[in-house]
Each structure stands twice: as structure tokens, then as C-alpha cells.
Design a protein around this ligand. Structure first.
Ligand code: SF4
Length: 231
């Protein structure tokens, strides 16, 4: 897995290499060394589980630091990131709750905090006043653009061959497997959805029957149904 496994596991490279990449994620040599020793040094061949779990910890730490600059928790950043990338079928408080995997109360509290900070707003649906859409304010869009993904992650990713394209495909397979076994909604994009239709002059959602703009096909959808590849 290229530089990730080499640096984290230390195979064929010294502790300095691990510090180099992990420093980008944690930004503190002292903390990096302490956490790295605790979790990985001396482990000759970390498992995929250990690597993903470790990456999750590092990313959460980077998100905490990015969020703290704006007085926010990681869950607030995740909510903003979701609303920034979800489509028109998925911008409701209920879909946000499902995506975050939190309780209704936590989702509601998250929306309230983001509204109070002027980062998010609720908009009543034009045709059905009972329905609420969430949308980012200009301030919210700026924050997402500056905080997500955390810059140290982008820098570490850029060091991988082809910007991590191969890793991305493998992680997608892993994610899909976890979602299948856990019965978790996939929240994917149109191009990997069984309902997606290409037709003369554009695209259409086979579930809703509505036409889709090209940009919309790259947005996250709560109705996404993964194309079964038979693997
Ligand atoms: S094609 Fe699938 S992902 Fe796209 S809008 Fe329809 S249900 Fe959602």
C-alpha cells in the first residue's frame, strides 16, 4: 500500500519516516511519537483494521483542531460537509441524522448550533410547507472549503501514487462490504446507483423519474442503491 504501510508499520523505513507523515496529521512531534509508539511501533505488520482505526483517530484529531478554530466539534464539521455535498432528496434533518448515525436529539442540537453560528439555515419547501431543507450560508460554505478535508490529510494523500486512486477504490470496496453486512444506507452518488439512467441529452433518476443535472449526479443521495457487482 505504498508509503502509508511503509511509514506506519515501519517496514524498511525508520521511525523518522513515520513521524514525517504523522506529523502532518497531528502537527505535534511529541504527541505523534507518544501515540505512534503506543499503537504501532514494534507491531511488524499492522492489520487493515489497525490501519483504518489509526487513520480514523488521526483524522478525528485533525478535525478537532480544525473545528476548534471555529468553536465547533467534529460532528458539526461532518454535518456541514454533508449538507455541502448532498442532493435535493437528501437535505432534510432526518437524512442528516441518518448520515451522521446519531440520535434525533443530537442531530437537532447540531443543526441549532450551526444555525446560531450563521453557518446553516432551514428553508421551507416551496410545495410542501411541512418539509424542511437544510442549506449552507456563504459563511458555512467558506468554512467547509477551508476545513474539509483537513489540510494535513490532503498533504499526506498527495504523497501517494496517483493521489491515492487505487487506495480509494479499495476503501470503497471495504466500505460497501461494511454497509452491506450492517444493513447501513450507502449514501452514495448517482454514478454508482442502480437507479441511475443515462439518456439522450442528459441523466435521469429512475427512482423519482426526475431529470438530473450533471452536477447533481456527483452529490450524495440518501436514496442511493448500490449497483451490485457480484463480488
Ligand atoms: S439515481 Fe440513485 S443516487 Fe441518483 S438521485 Fe436517483 S436514487 Fe439518488
Amino acid at each position: 500500500m505504498g508509503s502509508w504501510s511503509g511509514s506506519v508499520g515501519g517496514a524498511g523505513r525508520g521511525p523518522g519516516a513515520a513521524v514525517s507523515i504523522e506529523s502532518k496529521l497531528l502537527g505535534s512531534r511529541g504527541v505523534v511519537q507518544k501515540v505512534s509508539r503506543r499503537y504501532f511501533w514494534g507491531v511488524p505488520e499492522p492489520s487493515v483494521y489497525e490501519l483504518v482505526e489509526r487513520l480514523g483517530n488521526l483524522l478525528r484529531a485533525a478535525e478537532r483542531r480544525a473545528g476548534a478554530r471555529a468553536g465547533l466539534q467534529p460532528v458539526h464539521l461532518h454535518a456541514l460537509g454533508y449538507v455541502a455535498r448532498c442532493n435535493r432528496y437528501s437535505d432534510s434533518p432526518g437524512a442528516l441524522q441518518e448520515y451522521l448515525g446519531v440520535t434525533k436529539g443530537t442531530a437537532s442540537q447540531t443543526v441549532t448550533v450551526l444555525q446560531e453560528r450563521g453557518l446553516l439555515r432551514r428553508r421551507r419547501d416551496d410545495e410542501d410547507a411541512r418539509r424542511v431543507h437544510l442549506e449552507l450560508t456563504a459563511k458555512g460554505r467558506r468554512l467547509v472549503a477551508s476545513a474539509l478535508p483537513p489540510r494535513p490529510f490532503e498533504e499526506a494523500l498527495a504523497d501517494l501514487p496517483a493521489g491515492g486512486r487505487e487506495l480509494r477504490a479499495q476503501l470503497m470496496g471495504l466500505l460497501r462490504g461494511l454497509q452491506r453486512s450492517g444493513g447501513v444506507p450507502s449514501f452514495g452518488v448517482c454514478r454508482t446507483c442502480a437507479h441511475f439512467r443515462r439518456e439522450a441529452g442528459g441523466f435521469r433518476c429512475g427512482l423519482t423519474g426526475e431529470p438530473l443535472e450533471r452536477d447533481e449526479t456527483a452529490l450524495i443521495c440518501r436514496e442511493h442503491s448500490p449497483v451490485e457487482t457480484g463480488d
